[in-house]
Design a protein around this ligand. Structure first.
Ligand code: DAH
Length: 367
């Protein structure tokens, strides 16, 4: 059996060399394939072998291409052999592919497996300072009530720190011995390190239309010598609510809610009359002692009184509203101011404020 070559040339269909005997060429392909497939040791190699064995340049490809030139009598037999060869070769390739894939998988499992019993490499992670944690917690309580967070400068004009807050120039807190001045002498032009966060009340109201519901966390400064309860730089959170119909009951209810969120749901509050220039009436707020349930002699938190002094508060003095251009005939409000160090000390039983600035890791990592 042979291809009629001369005819091919004359018809110009192909210039490929003749396949002298298609049947024996296909048989050879069948018999050589097992060894060739077995010799391949990678999936990439197998893909290349596949195109060598089955592609256009393979014996199968060549026979297939020349099918049309065959003597019609020979065609069925050669066609059958072609199918057989393709089936055998495909089956061998498929089987080898499965083997190589399994090997690959095994290798990957071996190489990529990790020993979960090994000691982990860990890095100590820092945390927010207790003061910042306390600020965040208090602010969250008020934000949940709809309050916005405001801030203002620490180097403040005496006007905002004192005058706008109804504090006369004769007030003792304005003395150089109490307040750190950056610029002192001309009462209209004095700059100081703010002694409380209250000036942000006036700054906010000057810039915003009522209603006002804000909390103001921030640093404050006083000429205090460091002892167990004083730092020259400390933190406060101011609160201010101004609206058309705010009364003292709103103030009490708001601070009771705060006390229960911060110290626990069993907390109660009481108010004692006090004086602040910027509120009238003014009060100090005590929270019931959460440590001793009231009146345990020598309690480490309340000392046995059953109450813990917490913050100053009151109804915004009409003079303050007037100073910022609000109409005291239309608007009322309440304000409060609390010391962050004090809140944290009461809640965690910390006996000296010095711990907050000592940077002692044994203290810091407890929170
Ligand atoms: N600013 C006061 C202080 O530093 C605290 C305070 C008291 C703030 C009463 C207020 C308030 O807003 O109404 O001692």
């Amino acid at each position: 059996m042979s291809f009629p070559n001369e005819q091919v040339e004359t018809q110009g269909r192909s210039n490929l060399p003749p396949v002298v005997d298609p049947i024996s060429a296909l048989d050879r392909a069948i018999s050589e394939t097992p060894a060739a497939v077995a010799a391949v040791d990678s999936l990439e190699g197998l893909a290349m072998l596949e195109s060598t064995l089955l592609g256009k340049e393979s014996a199968l490809g060549e026979v297939r291409r020349r099918m049309g030139q065959l003597d019609p009598v020979d065609r069925p037999k050669i066609g059958a052999k072609l199918n057989e060869a393709a089936e055998v070769i495909n089956a061998l390739l498929t089987a080898r592919r499965a083997e190589l894939e399994a090997e690959d998988e095994g290798r990957r499992v071996r190489e990529e497996s990790i020993d979960v019993t090994l000691q982990a490499i860990t890095f100590p992670s820092g945390s927010l300072h207790l003061i910042q944690q306390t600020i965040d917690e208090v602010v969250d309580i008020f934000v949940a009530l709809g309050y916005r967070v405001a801030s203002g400068p620490e180097a403040e004009l005496a006007w905002y720190n004192f005058d706008a807050l109804n504090t006369p120039s004769t007030h003792p807190s304005r003395l150089e011995s109490d307040t750190m001045y950056l610029d002192w002498g001309d009462p209209d032009d004095e700059v100081l390190l703010r002694t409380h966060t209250s000036p942000v009340q006036a700054r906010w109201m000057e810039q915003h239309e009522p209603p006002v519901y804000i909390v103001v966390p921030g640093r404050s400064y006083r000429t205090d010598t460091i002892d167990a309860t004083h730092l020259p730089v400390f933190h406060q959170i101011e609160g201010l609510a101004v609206d058309t119909d705010i009364n003292f009951g709103d103030l009490r209810g708001t601070l009771l809610h705060f006390a229960r969120e911060f110290f626990g749901p069993q907390s109660t509050v009481r108010m004692r009359p006090h004086f602040f220039p910027f509120t009238e009436p003014s009060a100090e707020l005590d929270v019931s002692c959460f440590a001793c349930d009231g009146g345990e002699p020598g309690c480490r938190v309340c000392g046995g009184s059953g109450w813990v002094e917490l913050l100053g508060c009151g109804m915004v003095d009409p003079n303050v509203l007037e100073a910022v251009g609000y109409d005291p005939a239309q608007l009322t409000g309440f304000a409060f101011g609390m010391g962050v160090e004090r809140l944290a000390m009461v809640r965690h039983g910390i006996e000296t404020v010095r711990h907050f600035i000592d940077n002692d890791i044994r203290f810091l990592e407890q929170f």
